[in-house]
Design a protein around this ligand. Structure first.
Ligand code: UDP
Length: 315
């Protein structure tokens, strides 16, 4: 297939590009590089099956030739990023989703929207099944991401209904692995970088809020399985191993062997208390289940961070 991946130079996007290239597809990665990095996809630039287009998908998209599949992953995804880029985040998930859906329609391509567990906001139901409507503050700082992703889902469903577009929606829960930006501000990248640089690990609040972390290769496998399915309603992709932030800090401290202390900082506004995916649907429909244990995924992530952090050894 000829596949367009928006956000193709990003953390998840570039891992998906790797997989699609390995599977023998022709891949067009599109990215404006505001949170993505060219070096994430640089290895493919010598391939005749690969193209990179430096473009902001919130503006009209032109791609020459046929496209069989559009995968719309472009968006800032770390809270720190989308708090710094609130308007770009709203635009990429609204205008960018509109443009990519329009492109898929004219190219008669299949379409996959990357949505998020943030559509559930600060959930009041645990674990969260796809049928849960969520608990989102539209005007809080996270609203720019949560509401625009909710709008993106609604728009995708409307294109499916009105234009018969062959769409899919995945709701991605916290993901980690190599190529997380050192400065992206998410919990795992922060804790690993802090450990390797001998800085204190910054636990926000009391650290008893929870997240459920999936390793990026598991997620990519789930994305490909969703691409190959014909189910158009949202599907959760996440690893239902729930951990407190404090447990994550202690585990990363132990795995890196750092002498860094744990310090407590103010909890960000509207920080969800608990997040835990119900993945029954992904298991039953896709035969997908995440395979990587947290300890193993963290070891691989730490090994990659060690190649990136200039001051390694300070720990
Ligand atoms: N967090 C933390 N220390 C950090 C970064 C994040 O304690 O240095 C917490 C954050 O408050 C949240 C959790 O870790 O409760 C996950 O945050 P992240 O930014 O990775 O993603 P989120 O799941 O909130 O979108």
């Amino acid at each position: 297939m000829r596949i367009l991946v928006t956000g193709g130079a990003g953390f998840i996007g570039s891992h998906l590009v790797d997989r699609l290239m390995t599977d023998g597809h022709y891949v067009i990665a599109m990215d404006n590089l505001i949170t993505g990095k060219f070096e994430n996809i640089q290895a493919h630039t010598s391939s005749t099956r690969f193209e990179f287009i430096h473009h902001n998908v919130s503006n009209f998209i032109h791609v020459a030739g046929d496209i069989d599949f559009v995968v719309h992953l472009a968006s800032p995804a770390s809270p720190v990023d989308y708090l710094e880029l609130p308007i770009q985040t709203l635009k990429v998930n609204s205008l960018g989703t509109h443009n990519t859906l329009g492109l898929a329609t004219v190219k008669n391509a299949k379409y996959l929207l990357a949505s998020t567990s943030e559509v559930y906001g600060d959930p009041e139901v645990h674990p969260q099944p796809e049928t849960y409507w969520g608990n989102v503050n539209p005007i809080g700082p996270r609203g720019v991401y949560d509401e625009s992703k909710r709008f993106a889902e609604a728009l995708t469903m409307a294109y499916h209904k009105m234009h018969g577009l062959d769409t899919r929606i995945i709701r991605i829960f916290n993901c980690y692995g190599p190529r997380l930006r050192l400065d992206d501000g998410r919990v795992i990248s922060n804790f690993i970088r802090q450990s390797l640089e001998g800085e204190p690990l910054t636990v926000y609040g009391e650290g008893n809020q929870t997240r459920s972390f999936q390793y990026v290769s598991d997620l990519v496998d789930g994305i490909v399985k969703t691409m190959n399915s014909d189910h158009h309603l949202p599907i959760n992709l996440g690893n239902p191993q729930e951990k407190t932030v404090d447990e994550i800090a202690k585990l990363i401290k132990q795995l890196t062997g750092t002498r860094s202390e744990i310090v407590f900082k103010e909890l960000p506004v509207d920080d969800p208390r608990r997040r835990l995916p119900d993945i029954t649907k992904a298991k039953e429909l896709l035969g997908w289940t995440p395979k990587t244990e947290l300890v193993d995924g963290l070891k691989q992530t730490i090994a990659w961070f060690e190649t990136q952090v200039p001051k390694v050894g300070v720990k």
